[in-house]
Design a protein around this ligand. Structure first.
Ligand code: GLC
Length: 733
């Protein structure tokens, strides 16, 4: 959020000076639409009943659809709520009108929503999209989401999610851009530009929200909401990096995370919120809690009661309470009895008003009537962008004997329940999509004019249909099996202690392979899976993730060779679950894992990953040669020759890594420091040049000092974190 103009600042201060304490606290209160009445049991019990299966999802939705909803009109009228979670243009305008015309000061509302990977045009989940290694793409998809959601009243996205995740047992690894600080930071900067950058009209941008601040992805044992513990150097060299990049790019808001970090829940963590975010980084925007997180401070054991939680949160720099009404109910008393200084509230409210001013809401609070149905029929350029993003996020994991690409004339048996469930393509955290917009893989094959028959056989849950397996074996010359996870198996509150292929899908692969026909596995999943057994069983495997509403077409584009796969892995794939957490930028240790017993390894499995960070095959091959590293005053200039040594045009993702060989703290064996795309025709060679600023070659020590230390560095350029050329250079800073 670029700083406000002097005139805007003056307006904010003027409004603040007129506000009563109750009105100030109202701005710090965010409500979701409450469900009131309409059923025999309390709403919480209803949720439980749906969760434990006493009622089905459909019954739950049906009951809900008949329930009354409270949009908190009276609180809006009396200035006791400042933002809501609503995404309906007419309802938003109706509520906004109350705020603008019936409340005493006419302060506009913000309407927030989780728009993580698309609004109506859902594009790939972040772990997939990050694998495209293309900041221009990251920006374009975000900009599309901002435009679509603003027409529906949403002016605040609870996105991008920037949690570095190294443990695939954690369900929310699906929601973030992977394990590497450099790639997640590049993703962060691009998403902020996409969401906030097009200020040609207030209909084109929204306030972004960096989440979850901070280190939520480091939850112990990969268990969601679990405790996190790490030295300051690890926090700053990894987890804070993307947030710092995004704040420097002008992010308007930040969401504090559920986890406790080194013993202090991030909701009440003065060190991360006030010292680092608002202090060191001079962040001018607002911080919102995660849902219910203030109340959870009591369960954390950091607050004696809700009053204590309210005071600690406000004093730590948490500006908006999402969904508990504890601020609304407790802060006035805290100020009155002297436990909370009103200056703390003034600072929070000034930040909130500043974001609303920056959003243009004081002058343009409403959704224009003519904008509301602008995206009722999704524009071709939106569908094309979703399809492009999908195809470029696909990662070819294995292709022995060049089984892929298939010919459309080949007789194909398409199997797997996931291939035909169009709702499964959108992945976790897609909220505003329409089933009729979704293209399943089966539909994608139809649209491509492929010659295939479809046999479900089995899904991530449930038994194998033997009869369908026999039919599949009889029909096709090749079998394409769509396997993986349902959307509900990843995302929030979806950690798993076993991340092998769920259900009887591995058994299905065995049966399909036993038919003697070549089997191609297409994976639909939200996290890296442990595929040690399955990879060996089949000649070809493709990681297709959850690619959004154009998934079927994107997969068909790659499977039939209209697109040469260029995606890379943004997260390491383990061989077995027990290796988690596993990631490429690990420390060397004094006994790097090797063949001999007394090294950092396991007795029962290898310490090596199944597929490393940055990995991905193509329908062609690439050769690297002639790596050169030149030292300039303030940077290294790295060049390498890349040749398309195969027979098919393709786009290579050239990756630049470094290793600080000996430093005052042990450093990772590899650190990604750059990437570039090289479009290469068959046989073509290009020299790819990337620059590495010397200022980016340092690290934080445990005393918050950023250091660059003279000495030997290894510079790598290549195809992945494992396959690359290396050159050693001694650098003077
Ligand atoms: C959830 C998530 C957060 C989301 C919020 C509002 O619990 O942790 O990512 O933005 O609630 O839906």
């Amino acid at each position: 959020m670029k700083r406000l103009t002097q005139e805007q600042k003056a307006r904010v201060k003027e409004i603040l000076s007129q506000m009563t304490l109750e009105e100030k606290i109202g701005q710090m209160n965010q409500e979701s639409v409450s469900i009131v009445g309409g059923f025999d049991v309390p709403f919480e019990e209803l949720i439980e009943m749906m969760t434990d299966g006493r009622i089905s999802n459909e019954e739950f939705e049906k009951i809900l659809s008949n329930a009354e909803r409270d949009f908190h009109e009276e609180d809006i009228r009396t200035g006791r709520v400042g933002s809501l979670m609503v995404s309906d243009p007419r309802k938003c305008n109706e509520l906004q009108k109350i705020a603008m015309e019936e409340s005493r000061l006419g302060i506009p509302l913000m309407f927030g929503l989780d728009v993580i990977h698309g609004f109506r045009t859902v594009y790939p989940i972040a772990i997939a999209e990050a694998g495209a290694f293309d900041t221009d793409l990251f920006e374009r998809t975000a900009s599309m989401a901002a435009k679509e959601s603003r027409t529906q009243g949403v002016n605040w996205h609870f996105a991008p999610m920037l949690d570095i995740a190294r443990d695939a047992r954690w369900g929310r690894v699906s929601e973030g851009p992977g394990e590497d600080p450099y790639l997640v930071s590049a993703f962060a900067g691009a998403k902020i530009k996409g969401l906030q950058g097009d200020r040609s009209s207030t209909e084109n941008y929204v306030a972004a929200c960096l989440k979850h601040y901070v280190a939520y992805g480091a939850c112990e044992a990969g268990r969601d909401y679990n405790t996190t513990m790490m030295p300051d150097s690890m926090l700053r060299n990894n987890y804070l990096k993307p947030f710092k990049t995004a704040v420097e790019a002008g992010a308007a808001t930040v969401m504090a995370s559920f986890n406790d970090l080194n013993g202090v829940p991030c909701t009440v963590n003065k060190y991360t919120l006030r010292d680092i975010l608002k202090g060191e980084w001079e962040f001018p925007g607002l911080v919102v809690s995660d849902a219910n997180a203030i109340r959870e401070c009591v369960a954390h054991g950091i607050a004696a009661d809700e009053m204590d939680a309210a005071v600690q949160s406000a004093e730590a720099g948490l500006d908006i309470d999402m969904g508990t009404t504890i601020y609304k109910n407790k802060l006035e008393e805290a100020v009155a009895n002297g436990t909370l200084d009103e200056a703390v509230i003034d600072d929070a409210v000034e930040r909130i008003l500043s974001v609303k001013m920056w959003l243009g809401l004081f002058d343009h609070p409403y959704v224009p009537e003519e904008a509301m149905d602008r995206y009722d029929v999704l524009p071709k350029e939106h569908l094309d962008l979703a399809r492009e993003a999908g195809a470029r996020s696909i990662v070819l994991l294995k292709n022995e004997g060049d089984v892929l690409p298939l010919k459309k004339s080949q007789k194909i048996s398409l199997v797997g329940a996931l291939a035909d469930i169009r709702e499964e393509v959108v992945g976790a955290w897609a909220l505003s999509w329409r089933p009729e917009d979704c293209v399943s893989i089966r539909q994608g094959f139809e649209n491509a004019g492929a010659d295939f028959e479809y046999y479900p056989c089995c899904g991530p849950e449930g038994p194998i249909n033997e009869e369908e397996v026999e039919k599949a074996a009889a029909y096709g010359d090749v079998i394409v099996a769509v396997l993986g996870e349902t959307t509900s198996m990843s995302g929030e509150a979806s950690s798993k202690a076993d991340i092998t292929l769920p259900g009887e899908q591995t058994e299905l692969i065995k049966k399909l392979v036993a038919t003697g026909k070549p089997v191609v596995v297409l994976l639909m999943n939200g996290r890296p899976l442990a595929l040690q057994k399955e990879v060996e069983m089949v000649p070809a495997m493709v990681e297709c993730w959850h690619l959004g509403i154009q998934m079927g077409n994107a997969v068909a584009d790659v499977v039939f060779g209209d697109k040469n796969p260029e995606g890379r892995l943004a997260s390491t794939f383990p061989q077995v679950t027990g290796q988690c957490p596993i990631y490429y930028n690990h420390m060397s240790t004094g006994r790097p894992g090797g063949r001999s017993k007394f090294t950092s390894r396991y007795l029962d499995v290898t310490h090596e990953p199944q597929f490393p960070f940055g990995y991905g095959l193509s329908y062609t091959t690439y050769a690297y040669d002639n790596l050169k590293v030149e030292e300039a005053a303030d940077k290294l200039i790295v060049s390498v020759d890349v040749t398309n040594s195969g027979a098919v045009d393709g786009t290579e993702t050239v990756q630049l890594y470094m290793q600080d060989v000996a430093a005052s703290l042990v450093r990772p064996v590899r650190e990604l420091k750059g990437f570039a795309k090289a479009e290469l025709k068959a046989g073509e060679t290009k020299t790819v040049t990337m620059e590495l600023a010397k200022a980016d070659m340092g690290f934080y020590d445990n005393d918050k000092n950023y250091k660059t230390e003279d000495g030997l560095f290894r510079i790598f350029a290549g195809h992945s974190s494992k396959e690359n050329l290396c050159s050693e250079v001694t650098v003077q800073f």
